[in-house]
Design a protein around this ligand. Structure first.
Ligand SMILES: [Zn+2]
Length: 421
């Protein structure tokens, strides 16, 4: 007993758990979730940030490229200047070398001239000198000649000495020029290397620029794709939601209709939609097809929404449907849309009352026979739709304490009465 009770609880719990889970998962599969769209938008944002970084890098590269181009131009003009200087130095060095060579040659010539003069003097002077010592020659002429020779050789020696000095300094100048030339050559080479490096740097920056430009282009394409994906997800979600809302609205309308039907049933009680059988041939139903929509007795009024006595039975029927006399009798009342017919059934006087009629086709005092058409179904008075409100009063027409009271007065349940007669 106890175990069975626990099993019951477990079963109930299981039954409760399953319906809560299933619709959620089923619903999630039909269209993209907001999270999915958020993720897609996040992807876009990430891509956009990546593009921004690449653009920053591109801006920096553009600046670098300008600087590299400027540096290259600077290095190239420096190289040109260095080459020019080297050229000038080479020309100067060559000139100095030529001069040094000329000076050396001149010194050489003068030296040999001086040497020849001295040799001549010593040869002739020696003879003359011997003559002079011996006294056979004119001494004063000899002395004069000696002096002249001496002066010539002196002058030549001076010239030779000067030329030698000149050649020496020209050689020194030439050596300096050669050193200077080497230095200018070194500078020119260095300038050339710098220019080449600047050119390479410019090329590198240009390559980086091209690569980053291509990168940006790729990223932009990817971003466009991501945006397209997001748009697609959004459209799918909007369509999914619209469809779901339409389905919900349809389901809600259906549920509302079902609920309204259930409420009507609840208000009217547990009713049969079939025409109730009548016990004998003495009386018939007030409609050919008698479909009960509200029973006799205490009920919640559908319009006033208060508990009050329902003095008759309501039969649902289309507007204009013929209303039939339930037995042979006499018309005893015609008041607005209400018709009253007096009958004597099994020695008992009863009054049948028909309400909400759209037409009354009999006169007061007219005799009617069972099944005769006496009026038409309508919607007159306090009514929610076309129907016949049908009452049976026993002995006389009386509503007891009043129309809105709880006392039945002389009324009885029409269905019960019809069945029993
Ligand atoms: Zn009624």
């Amino acid at each position: 007993m106890h175990a069975r009770g626990m099993l019951g609880v477990a079963l109930a719990a299981a039954l409760f758990v399953v319906p809560f889970v299933a619709p959620e998962t089923a619903q999630a599969a039909t269209y993209p979730s907001w999270d999915e769209i958020q993720r897609s938008m996040q992807n876009e944002q990430t891509k956009q940030q990546e593009i921004s970084r690449v653009q920053d890098s591109l801006n920096a590269l553009h600046t670098q490229y300008e600087q590299a181009t400027e540096a290259l131009s600077q290095r190239q003009s420096e190289f040109q200047a260095a080459q020019q200087k080297l050229q000038q130095q080479e020309d100067a060095t060559n000139e100095i070398r030529v001069r040094a060579l000329a000076a050396a040659q001149r010194a050489e010539t003068l030296k040999s001239q001086a040497g020849r003069a001295v040799a001549q003097l010593s040869r002739s002077g020696g003879t003359d000198l011997g003559n002079a010592v011996l006294g056979t020659q004119d001494a004063s002429r000899t002395l004069y000649r000696l002096g002249a020779v001496s002066r010539i050789s002196e002058s030549t020696r001076n010239l030779a000495s000067q030329a030698t000095s000149e050649a020496k300094s020209a050689k020194a100048l030439s050596a300096q020029a050669t050193t200077a030339e080497a230095e200018y050559r070194r500078l020119a080479t260095e300038a050339q290397q710098k220019a080449a490096a600047a050119q390479q740097a410019e090329k590198d920056v240009q390559a980086a620029l091209e690569a980053q430009t291509a990168n940006e282009s790729t990223l932009e394409t990817q971003l466009a794709t991501l945006k397209g994906e997001t748009e697609q997800l959004k459209a799918q979600r909007a369509a999914g939601i619209a469809k779901e809302q339409a389905e919900r609205a349809a389901a809600a309308a259906k549920a509302a209709a079902a609920l309204a039907a259930t409420r009507a049933q609840a208000v009217n009680g547990n009713l049969s939609t079939q025409t109730p059988a009548v016990s004998s041939g003495a009386v018939g139903y007030p409609l050919a097809v008698a479909q009960v929509t509200s029973r006799y007795g205490m009920r919640l009024h559908p319009i006033l929404n208060v508990m009050r006595m329902h003095y008759g039975t309501d039969f649902g029927a289309a507007y204009g449907t013929s209303i039939l006399a339930i037995a042979n009798g006499t018309v005893s009342g015609v008041e607005g849309s209400t018709l009253t017919v007096r009958h004597v059934v099994s020695g008992q006087t009863v009054y049948a009352r028909y309400l909400h009629l759209s037409a009354i086709t009999v006169r007061l005092g007219q005799t009617v026979s069972r099944g005769q058409s006496i009026g038409r179904v309508g919607n007159a008075g306090l009514s929610t739709g076309p129907h016949l409100h049908f009452e049976i009063h026993v002995g006389s027409v009386s509503y007891g304490g009043g129309v809105y009271g709880s006392s039945p007065g002389n009324t009885v349940d029409p269905i019960a009465w019809l069945r029993s007669h």
